[in-house]
Design a protein around this ligand. Structure first.
Ligand SMILES: [Zn+2]
Length: 826
């Protein structure tokens, strides 16, 4: 027996590897004494894998290297598939393995079967609070902890034989990466989309950082530290996402709807109904001097802003934290209080009163805390009549000339006078006017405010701003980027040259991950975030795969940044992801005794719900895997025990990718292993016929015969289900079920069919072929078994000429003929 040698030089390597006449290591070579009775044992599965594993890795690396070297000249149709990059927490879990397996299967299909130029990169979402905390607990620098984790996790991914393009790898904590995150911030700032304002923020006193509203639970505690969250006034950077709401909503109509349907619904729900606008009212003290905070008012009748008599703030407003003594006197919900501040109406520049109204409430999901009241128009009449309030508190009404002369400045356009304030025309014209005044005016919903991007943490992208006593905040010039984590705290102001203080805060990690899909296209470019031609060629991401839990916020920020980058000419279209496949969790079976103690699942008889060592009853539930619940499994252990391909099939079979799946090893495994054994038997049985007895006789495939008709129909359904799964639904469980049924049908064939039926042989080849992206090593071994038999018989060579090529490994099939064959014949 000859062991195939291979050379790292790709051509040489392929020639040696895939010429089956030279590499006769097929299933027979496992030992003639086992054949033809040989069973597929666990030992065989593992030995197949050890024979193929390095070759597969070398093949993947060679294909990627060849593709990257032809980057610009390759005219193949592109396919960009991206799995969400992981947070380098130290180890991969089964959820990662599930997502990456799906990505790998589609990659292999698109690359080897369809023949597209596939980009499938991997990197690290490396900044963030957990690293900072973990490093602090261990007395290590955050960077050292993160880099160690990245090394360990990269090795794990390589051990899984996933076909990533490692030449494009980066971590968001690389200065070469965050330099462009900073550049992005500066572009947002230049475009007027970044602003600073004092705001009361959710402050976690343990982690010492600001939390987003979504990170505070219903009891007002931090999602991470569990501490009671405080409200603190801080001057923060915000990004005006509100300016893009209309664009973000419209964009949802342009993405492919089959996978996006649910996610688009979630995105629409998150954006809310765009039926109003946010308007900023600057606050003045009673001395007439501006305070360092403002009120953001949501109004559905912007056309009536000119007639606003006062603002009303609710108990949820952070403004009242400024006046604790006033508010504590007003515990009774009946007493409205005129606050000792005034607000500047951005439309008229007149000052108006601000009233604290304890009885005022807003729907819980809304981000609103105050409203503008225009008695003439009775805005928000749901509360008590505004007139009553105005008279009772002695609030001065706006001058009648202001309200009757027109809803807005009578000298602009003039057409608004007399329009009903609630008309569409008045609404639209008011927005135009507000935008002109720089006071908001973007169509928004009451659900979302602008994106607070400052974080009081060190392990993040430094905000590229210098605070100058003379010039205020000034962004760092592009040539001085990156501003490194260890940059000197004082630097000359880029405008006046005086010493200025660096912004000490860092950007929300959602900013880091809002554009990484572009960097993979041009990861080593030190002149640009991404070359426009490369973006034009490879964007959008054809398939984005990741956890369902990221289907709202991450996607919202990533889409926003992509829409922005499109508007400034970096990307060819606004939407970054053509399809998004949300993947459910991998749950563990959780076994708990009556006293609350958890026991490991392998000590439990699930049929009887009994803990075997103690004989006590257990309650079995399905929960997210965790160490404390003893319900987790390590991906590395599973792969070593079951083999990579068997684990892949277990992750793909029986559950749709979008659903949570319970890792019930015994249950899933027996089904998958049984199927593998039956596939194995198909090939060993074929060998029992012997190549010299293979005499093809097309008359055996008489379509009037019911068995033949059934095989034709079953094969058609199998190919259709598999292609549908690979190309659009990703419902591999459905494809696998069909392939299993075709396997059974093929196994039931008579010796005559095995010897003579072209249909039967073709169907078997097709089955192994369709399996190859899901189980590349196992199917390669089957293919070698087939090629040893069929490739040497003159009869079958004629049959398969131009359909399958037996002198190549299955993972390297020439795509076009085979797919055309599959389609034509089904
Ligand atoms: Zn200056």
């Amino acid at each position: 027996m000859r062991t195939p040698a291979f050379c790292r030089e790709c051509l040489q390597f392929r020639h040696l590897l895939f010429n089956s006449r030279q590499s006769r290591r097929c299933l027979l070579s496992l030992g003639d004494k086992h054949w033809p009775q040989s069973e597929l044992t666990q030992k065989t599965r593992l030995s197949i894998e050890s024979a193929w594993s390095d070759r597969l890795a070398a093949l993947d690396a060679a294909v990627v290297a060849r593709q990257n070297s032809n980057d610009s000249s390759d005219n193949k149709e592109k396919f960009y598939i991206l799995c969400m990059f992981p947070y380098p927490s130290g180890r991969l879990h089964m959820g990662h393995l599930r997502v990456y397996t799906l990505g790998d299967v589609v990659t292999r299909y698109q690359r080897f079967i369809v023949g597209r130029q596939v980009l499938h990169p991997m990197g690290w979402d490396a900044f963030g609070l957990p690293a900072e905390n973990a490093a602090r607990d261990r007395g290590l620098p955050a960077e050292a902890w993160t880099r160690d984790n990245i090394d360990a996790m990269r090795q794990q991914l390589k051990d899984m034989r996933l076909a990533f393009d490692w030449s494009r790898e980066f971590a968001t904590c690389d200065p070469e990466y965050y330099r462009w995150t900073q550049w992005l911030f500066i572009q947002l700032h230049k475009s007027g989309l970044c602003y600073r304002r004092k705001a009361y923020v959710n402050w976690d006193p343990v982690d010492k950082t600001v939390l987003a509203d979504e990170q505070v639970d219903a009891d007002g505690r931090s999602w991470r530290s569990g501490a009671l969250v405080e409200q603190r006034p801080l001057t923060q950077w915000f990004v005006r996402v509100s300016a893009y709401y209309e664009s973000l909503l419209a964009g949802l109509n342009t993405v492919r709807s089959d996978q996006w349907r649910e996610v688009a619904k979630m995105q629409r729900g998150w954006l809310g109904k765009l039926d109003g606008t946010w308007v900023q009212f600057v606050l003045l003290g009673l001395d007439g001097k501006p305070l360092d905070e403002d009120l953001q008012v949501f109004t559905r009748q912007p056309a009536s802003l000119r007639a606003v008599s006062h603002l009303e703030v609710s108990q949820s407003s952070c403004l009242i934290a400024r006046f604790p003594e006033l508010v504590s006197d007003a515990n009774s919900t009946s007493s409205d209080i005129l606050l000792p501040v005034r607000a500047v109406n951005p439309v008229t520049m007149a000052t108006v009163s601000v009233v604290y109204r304890p009885s005022l409430t807003f729907p819980l999901e809304e981000a609103t805390e105050c409203r503008a009241v225009a008695p003439e128009f009775d805005v928000g009449a749901a509360a008590s009549p505004a007139d009553n309030m105005v008279d009772r508190l002695g609030i001065s009404r706006p001058s009648p000339t202001l309200t009757s002369a027109g809803l807005f400045r009578a000298d602009v356009g003039g057409g608004l006078a007399g329009l009903p304030a609630d008309s569409v025309e008045a609404f639209d014209s008011a927005l135009v006017e507000l935008r002109r005044l720089g006071a908001g005016g973007h169509r928004c919903s009451a659900l979302r405010r602008d994106w607070l991007v400052s974080r009081q943490r060190r392990w993040g992208t430094p905000i590229p701003v210098l605070h100058c006593g003379q010039c205020g905040p000034v962004t760092v010039p592009q040539e001085d980027l990156p501003v490194r984590l260890d940059a000197e705290p004082i630097a000359p102001c880029p405008k006046c040259g005086q010493p200025a203080e660096r912004d000490r805060e860092t950007l929300d990690t959602f900013v880091d991950s809002s554009w990484y899909y572009l960097r993979f296209l041009d990861a080593r470019n030190d002149k640009k975030l991404c070359d426009a031609d490369k973006a034009k060629k490879m964007m959008p991401v054809d398939l984005y795969i990741g956890g369902m839990e990221h289907a709202v916020r991450h996607l919202y920020y990533a889409r926003f940044i992509s829409h922005f980058l499109h508007r400034i000419g970096v990307t060819p279209q606004p939407e970054p992801f053509d399809q998004f496949l949300p993947v459910g969790l991998v749950l563990g079976r959780t076994c708990q005794l009556a006293d609350g103690r958890y026991v490991p699942p392998d000590e439990v008889d699930f049929d009887k719900s009994i803990h075997l060592p103690s004989g006590r009853a257990v309650t079995v539930t399905q929960d997210k895997m965790s160490k404390s619940k003893l319900n987790g499994v390590e991906p590395g252990d599973v792969l070593r025990r079951l083999s990579i391909d068997t684990t892949r099939l277990c992750l793909l079979a029986s559950t749709a990718p979008q659903s949570d799946r319970v890792w019930d090893e015994a249950g899933i495994l027996s089904g998958v292993v049984n199927w593998q054994k039956r596939l194995w038997r198909l090939v060993t049985d074929l060998h029992a016929v012997g190549a010299e007895q293979q005499r093809l006789d097309p008359t055996v495939d008489n379509p009037d015969n019911a068995d033949v008709a059934r095989l034709v129909s079953d094969r058609r359904k199998t190919v259709a289900a598999a292609l549908r799964a690979y190309e659009s639904t990703y419902a591999f469980s459905v494809a696998i079920a069909r392939m299993q049924s075709l396997t059974s049908l093929l196994l039931s064939a008579s010796p005559e069919q095995r010897r003579a039926s072209p249909l039967w042989l073709e169907s078997m080849c097709l089955l192994v072929y369709l399996l190859s992206p899901m189980a590349p090593m196992f199917s390669s071994e089957l293919w070698l078994g087939l090629s040893a038999q069929l490739g040497s018989s003159a009869d079958t060579k004629k049959l398969f000429d131009g359909k399958f090529r037996f002198d190549r490994g299955v993972v390297e099939q020439l795509p076009d003929e085979a797919l055309a064959f599959a389609r034509l014949n089904n």
